[in-house]
Design a protein around this ligand. Structure first.
Ligand SMILES: *Cc1c(COP(=O)(O)O)cnc(C)c1O
Ligand code: SF4
Length: 451
């Protein structure tokens, strides 16, 4: 496939996005206001090949990438709109946007306090998160952006240029030192942003050393990416793409399990010739593609969309892996789907596909104690309950034990739920509180050591 240049638009360039000229000036102003607070970035491939402009504003990929009025509360929207209307200067508008962002739970699930390991001197290892025993997450500093931004992104706080909010790494050496000293770790997960925005030579600097014998315990290397949707040309044509394909091949040949954890929200992302060519090229290296993505109102809150997406994935050789619940951050009011409805959509989608397409676990909430799956709604001893389980837990002992919450039709996240059967606490609650206390105590100590 011919190489295509990558071209991208951000808030400053809204007026240059040609198809937006069909919207009203009022709609364009709304976009400008919303993208002052929440990150916006879209590229020409998404505009030309993924969005069906005849269906805008309802088109799911338009909802996935373009700012919508409903993403801000009236109060937040009006505050920014009034500043623009009054001709306020840039600094004043940015200060107001910053205040609003802080009200939007920028770091859900205690990511900063509880997941970042520390070195012997108590310094945080920026760029590493180690929450579950087997798996280390790494955020390479060159991979903290994406080819386009998803409007619902829970990592949105990283993209708005707010240094203090950023979680990023500087050094491959730190990662390698950490892994060398943690032989309980079997899986390394590169994430971001999107590590695939990095040049191959940077990626190689992180990955190639892992082929040495002191990293034999690292069996699996996962790379979380949405490039297969937003910029499949990353894997096609150009020199850098060829080098990437050869790098994946070398990793696989050396005995590593290499998995691209591809973020998909809609089957439309799988339909373009470039997307299909990229999938084939990656699969030919021996790397596996696994699919994961959240359930999002306005984008994919429909069992038929999931059923078709899973079926298409399986037919292309992709393994459906996770069905996530949208996190409690950012524009959650606009995107969230109640847990009861999420389970219904999951179930109805499962019913429509064969067993090979039933491998996505969920609906799963990535909450601070762990990944909690809604297994279903049941009536037990006369009480309507949610049946829950940990897919992953801070304490491995919690994993796979069913537990029960009072049914609540409106609840959208774990912290809205109450234990069923008149219990006062979750079975894991005291242990979680103790773990949290211990982590936060270390965090305080780190601060005083640094001071
Ligand atoms: C989901 C997740 C993982 C990986 O869990 P698996 O069940 O192995 O896919 C690792 N770390 C964090 C913080 C996660 O949220
Ligand atoms: S690709 Fe992932 S990290 Fe990037 S904006 Fe979308 S959800 Fe966020």
């Amino acid at each position: 496939m011919a190489h295509r240049p990558f071209s991208v638009f951000t808030q400053r360039d809204l007026d240059r996005i040609e198809p937006l000229s069909r919207l009203t000036p009022a709609q364009r102003f709304e976009m400008k206001v919303v993208s002052t607070v929440l990150p916006f970035r879209v590229n020409q491939y998404v505009i030309d090949e993924l969005i069906d402009w005849s269906q805008v504003p309802d088109d799911p990929i338009f909802q996935l990438t373009f700012p919508q009025r409903g993403m801000l509360t009236d109060a937040h929207f009006d505050r920014i709109a009034a500043l623009y209307q009054a001709g306020a200067d840039k600094a004043e508008i940015e200060a107001a946007a910053h205040d609003i962002r802080l009200e939007l739970n920028p770091h859900p699930a205690d990511q900063m306090e509880m997941n970042m390991p520390r070195d012997a001197a108590g310094n945080r290892l920026e760029g590493i998160q180690h929450k579950y025993r087997e798996t280390v997450l790494f955020f390479p500093s060159q991979g903290q952006t994406c080819h386009s931004y998803c409007t619902f992104c829970f990592r949105w706080a990283q993209f708005v240029g707010d240094k203090a909010l950023r979680i990023a790494a500087s050094e491959a050496r730190m990662l390698h030192d950490y892994l060398r000293h943690h032989d309980e770790v079997t899986d390394l997960l590169f994430t971001g942003g999107d590590p695939m925005v990095m040049k191959t030579k940077h990626l190689q600097g992180y990955l190639e050393p892992l082929l040495a014998a002191d990293f034999d315990h690292i069996q699996t290397i996962r790379i979380g990416t949405k490039a297969l949707s937003f910029w499949p040309h990353r894997f096609l044509g150009a020199d850098d793409a060829d080098d990437l394909i050869r790098l994946l091949e070398r990793m696989v040949k050396a005995g590593k399990h290499v998995a691209l954890m591809a973020h998909y929200n809609h089957w439309r992302e799988l339909e373009t010739p470039a997307a299909r060519a990229a999938i084939q090229r990656i699969r030919a290296t021996g790397a596996v593609i696994r699919a994961q993505g959240p359930l999002i109102a306005h984008i994919n809150d429909d069992p038929a969309v999931w059923a078709r997406m899973w079926q298409t994935q399986v037919s292309l050789g992709i393994v459906p892996y996770y069905f996530f619940v949208e996190r409690d951050t950012g524009a959650r009011n606009y995107f969230e789907v109640p847990l009861a409805r999420a389970w219904q959509i999951y179930r109805e989608a499962m019913q429509q596909v064969s067993g090979l397409a039933r491998t996505a676990r969920g609906p799963s909430m990535s909450a601070s104690p762990g990944k909690v799956e809604v297994q279903g709604v049941a009536e037990i001893a006369g009480e309507k309950v949610f049946v829950l389980r940990f897919i992953q837990g801070r304490n491995p002992d919690w994993v796979q034990r069913p537990f029960f919450a009072r049914y609540d039709e409106q609840a959208t996240w774990l912290h809205h739920l109450k234990p069923a059967f008149g219990e006062e606490k979750w079975f894991w609650e005291d242990e979680y509180a103790a773990l949290r206390e211990a982590k936060l105590a270390i965090a305080d100590e780190g601060v005083s050591l640094a001071a």
